[in-house]
Design a protein around this ligand. Sequence first.
Ligand SMILES: [Zn+2]
Ligand SMILES: [Zn+2]
Length: 150
Amino acid sequence: MAIRTIGRPPLADRLDLPLAPGPPCLPSPAYDAARRQFRALDAVEALASEPSAGPTVFLTGADLYLPGSPFVFGVSLPARSTALVSTFRLEGEVARLASVIRHEVAHLLGLAHCAAPGCLLYPASAPADIDARGADPCAACLGALTRGAR
Ligand SMILES: [Zn+2]
Ligand SMILES: [Zn+2]
């Protein structure tokens, strides 16, 4: 699993993880000028076409959204082993960034969202949701993982 930075996202240098440089900026066709945000799915699909040696999580400081969500912390494309995480809404908390990365990596490993409070796979729509969940998947999610969920 590689973690690649897009430009210089805030918080990234405070992560206790090895980082590799990625493209200097998100693909401009994914930018929505009216919302001043990037369309998360368009952006991660374009990034999935970058040459890579394996599953990759990209980090950006730009703000992302999906249809139906005012913003998202991250998005993943498990079929293409690529995820994109934004630091924009994390309010400077590096622990939140680490949690969102782990959450997206879990999606890349095949896990879906989980309704169990405290589970890493609990979906977050606000920073407090990230703070409330644990660092690991719950027992049911771990079971799905070891059974080879896809
Ligand atoms: Zn998720
Ligand atoms: Zn779970």
